[in-house]
Ligand binder design. Structure first.
Ligand SMILES: NC(=O)C1=CN([C@@H]2O[C@H](COP(=O)(O)OP(=O)(O)OC[C@H]3O[C@@H](n4cnc5c(N)ncnc54)[C@H](OP(=O)(O)O)[C@@H]3O)[C@@H](O)[C@H]2O)C=CC1
Ligand SMILES: CC1=C(/C=C/C(C)=C/C=C/C(C)=C/C=O)C(C)(C)CCC1
Length: 318
């Protein structure tokens, strides 16, 4: 009897999903960037642009006329992505440069060459990220999530901030996540040496993204360089590659998830929307202002994280 009821319930649910498929898709797609802003003559740098949200962001901004520099750790993958962008839009000005955010030497070498060869930077998009990888350390000994998602981007931004200021008005977009809500900055064990949970390590790094954007915005007041963080939505991308369970879940429920193109909308919105020209230090989702968890609003935590980041990277940045 129970099996019959369960089967009938499942059948009904499947039928409802099929009938309401277009509505479900429309809801899942979320907000769209409606700005028609052009970026002719502007230079954009996007990290992790060879796939997922980063690649779609690169395509959109290239279509708007920008010169888009795709910073990728695997140049071959980057060139393939650039070729597919050129195939979609023949006039796309896209270039690939090597950047491994898990290696401060690579970040420094990238920035050095960038500053030598590129005269302006109007939009920096800190998009690259790793999620739920097994316990690994970056070349410099940082836990991979905090190392790549936060510290790598922190160093990169510090090295390019002068150029951004000279190119102002300029914008920085930090791709964070709703996952920041479940994160805490564990100052006593930032690199999870005591205990490691890959999900919590990801959440910590995404909280660090929110805190970095807020603290940087505070420090950039009056410079015409703005910085905002975004949650792109739940996006069917390669991000789940380290978790079989998540990959299966994302495949089964793909209809309820955003495509990378849909997931890129809030990043694009923060990068181009005219009405955001002076908005800084805010968090966005679905192209609208979004809730920030209390731990993401703590000025004290933000300042402390800033100092700790400078110390770990052996840099001075005030
Ligand atoms: N997908 C989702 O549901 C959500 C995503 N986000 C955030 O969106 C951002 C983009 O993710 P998404 O497009 O989904 O994921 P993908 O896995 O598709 O893309 C991640 C990108 O980051 C790059 N990357 C990873 N490690 C490094 C490194 N050490 N140096 C340089 N680049 C690196 C990857 O390069 P490679 O291909 O070579 O590995 C890839 O280009 C991330 O910051 C993620 O945290 C936030 C919330 C939800
Ligand atoms: C619960 C639930 C879902 C799962 C959401 C998940 C698993 C979100 C993961 C978010 C990530 C990976 C954020 C990264 O920063 C679906 C499939 C949307 C639809 C049905 C209800």
């Amino acid at each position: 009897m129970f099996v019959l009821i369960a089967a009938a319930g499942l059948g009904l649910l499947t039928l409802l999903v099929i009938v309401f498929a277009p509505n479900i898709r429309k809801y899942a797609a979320g907000g769209v960037c409606k700005s028609a802003a052009r970026l002719d003559g502007k230079t954009v740098l996007i990290t992790g642009a060879n796939t997922g949200i980063g690649k779609e962001t690169a395509l959109d901004l290239a279509v708007r006329g920008a010169r888009v520099i795709m910073a990728c750790r695997d140049v071959e993958k980057g060139e393939e992505a650039a070729a597919s962008i050129r195939a979609s839009y023949s006039q796309a000005q896209v270039e690939v440069r090597e950047l491994d955010l898990a290696d401060t030497c690579s970040i420094r070498a990238f920035a050095q060459q960038f500053l030598r060869e590129v005269n302006h930077l109007h939009i920096l998009i800190n998009n690259a990220g790793v999620m739920m990888c097994p316990y690994t350390k970056t070349i410099d000994g940082f836990e991979m999530h905090i190392g790549v998602n936060h510290l790598g981007h922190f160093l990169l931004t510090s090295l390019l901030i002068g150029l951004l200021k000279r190119s102002a008005p300029a914008r920085i977009v930090v791709v964070s996540s709703l996952a920041h809500n479940f994160g805490w900055i564990r100052f006593h064990d930032l690199h999870s040496q005591g205990s490691y949970n890959s999900g919590l390590a990801y959440c910590q790094s995404k909280l660090a993204n929110v805190l970095f954007a807020r603290e940087l915005a505070r420090r950039l007041k009056g410079t015409s360089v703005t910085v905002n963080s975004v949650h792109p939505g739940t996006v069917n991308s390669d991000l789940t590659r380290h978790s079989t369970l998540m990959t299966i879940f994302f495949t089964v429920f793909s209809m309820f998830l955003k495509t990378p193109r849909e997931g890129a909308q809030t990043t694009i919105y923060c990068a181009v929307a005219e009405e955001l020209h002076s908005i800084s230090g805010k968090h966005f989702s679905d192209c609208t202002p979004a809730f920030v968890a209390p731990q993401g609003r703590s000025e004290e935590t933000a300042r402390r994280l800033w100092d700790v980041s400078c110390e770990l990277l052996a840099i001075e940045w005030d």
